[in-house]
Design a protein around this ligand. Structure first.
Ligand SMILES: NC(=O)c1ccc[n+]([C@@H]2O[C@H](COP(=O)([O-])OP(=O)(O)OC[C@H]3O[C@@H](n4cnc5c(N)ncnc54)[C@H](OP(=O)(O)O)[C@@H]3O)[C@@H](O)[C@H]2O)c1
Length: 354
């Protein structure tokens, strides 16, 4: 993996930059390009617009973005689903219409009082509910979830770290209390969260069984899976094997089906919230036996997430964790990138290049 294959055809559905005041002009230094979502809907609603480039206020840094991620969360934000999420992201249309949360880039300017970063630093991070990362520039508080790019990874590999790897760490270490010798089953092992989970579980000393389709078996074995199962022609829930942790990264199994292949105190973990999972969580909350658990990683306090990033960076430095990369898209191909993510066929992560 880690190969980036830029698409050759430009997206035809994406409207060109259309701000009338700037027609016929190239972006000037006071402007920037951004992927703009004026209303909830299909990928066709996305536009590239020229917007004013913000200058950093006191306590803020300005980042020139070199790569930004497009994740499942970004497609949900664009679609405005699930509906209850609109209470946070905007009831009738996106409150923050520039999409994207995970990014990598270079510090271009710093506001008064900033001490954590200096101009020229290569950093990565995420904006959480402020969005705005699918753009050429971004201003955000220096106290946000940010870190220096580890030299072992490219900028494109850093941009999605706060989605896949951070989520996998939160689920396996905090919720699943993973330890050496655990038998861990990872469903969706070829996705962004799953491919990070395979590596994090291996680094913790677990024995990892990965569920993904056959064409992905070779590279998922290369990143550390001990056993591979093709979910398309085998029902893992009928296996004789028991697992200490089942991490259903894509929410396609269920606690009910997995119960019989969990050890007596095993955990069923899923980052995909459903009503059924909520009921399972409540029902198993006080039991000493098998538990079902969910967490919204991005809503945890920044200092806690920053601590997890530090742990991830130790694995990266030790060569135990990398970001599996699929394709790169230009910012103008944002709609195509969203369609690809929604296909549920991506391998690892994708990024937009502004
Ligand atoms: N709660 C949180 O904190 C949190 C944080 C981040 C993400 N999430 C959620 O986690 C989920 C996974 O995100 P992601 O970025 O890892 O997804 P992703 O990268 O888009 O997942 C793509 C992978 O899904 C696999 N897949 C598709 N259908 C499958 C099936 N029926 N069974 C098993 N695998 C299947 C595909 O594997 P094959 O091609 O090999 O079939 C593909 O590699 C999303 O719903 C996302 O919203 C939650």
């Amino acid at each position: 993996m880690n190969t980036a294959t830029p698409p050759t055809k430009p997206a035809t559905s994406l409207k060109a930059a259309s701000h009338s005041a700037h027609e016929g002009k190239t972006a000037q230094s006071t402007e920037m390009k951004a992927l703009f979502c004026p209303r909830y809907g299909s990928p066709d609603v996305l536009e590239v617009r020229h917007l004013p480039k913000q200058t950093p206020k006191a306590g803020q840094i300005q980042v020139r973005i070199t790569a930004s991620a497009v994740s499942q969360a970004d497609t949900m934000m664009r679609a405005g689903t699930p509906f209850f999420a609109r209470l946070m992201i905007g009831l009738t249309r996106p409150k923050h219409p520039v999409l994207g949360t995970g990014f990598a880039g270079v510090v271009e300017a710093i506001g008064e009082g900033c001490e954590r970063f200096k101009v020229g630093d290569k950093i990565y991070g995420e904006t959480a509910l402020d969005f705005g990362a699918n753009a050429e520039y971004l201003c955000l508080d220096e106290s946000s979830l940010l870190s220096h790019q580890p030299e072992q990874l490219s900028d494109a590999q850093c941009a999605p770290l706060c989605d896949g790897a951070l989520t996998a760490w939160n689920f396996l270490h905090r919720l699943g209390e993973i330890k050496a010798g655990d038998k861990v089953l990872i469903n969706g092992a070829s996705g962004s969260v799953g491919s990070a989970a395979v590596q994090i579980a291996k680094a913790a000393g677990a024995e990892v069984t990965a569920l993904c389709s056959k064409p992905n078996h070779d590279w998922v074995a290369e990143i550390g899976a001990d056993h591979l199962v093709d979910y398309r022609n085998s029902d893992i829930t009928k296996s004789d094997q028991e697992y200490d942790i089942i991490f259903d990264c894509v929410g396609k199994l269920s606690f009910g089906r997995c119960k019989k292949i969990l050890t007596p105190e095993g955990y069923y973990l899923s980052p995909v919230l459903t009503l059924q999972l909520l009921i399972n969580m409540l029902a198993t909350k006080c039991s000493k036996g098998k538990k079902a658990l969910f967490s919204a990683t991005g809503l945890l306090p920044v200092p806690q997430l920053q601590g997890y990033l530090e742990q991830l960076e130790i694995l990266i430095t030790n060569g135990q964790l990398t970001t599996a990369m699929d394709r790169e898209f230009a910012l103008e191909e944002g709609a195509e990138a969203h369609r690809y993510v929604e296909s549920m066929r991506k391998k690892g992560s994708i990024v937009l290049r502004p």
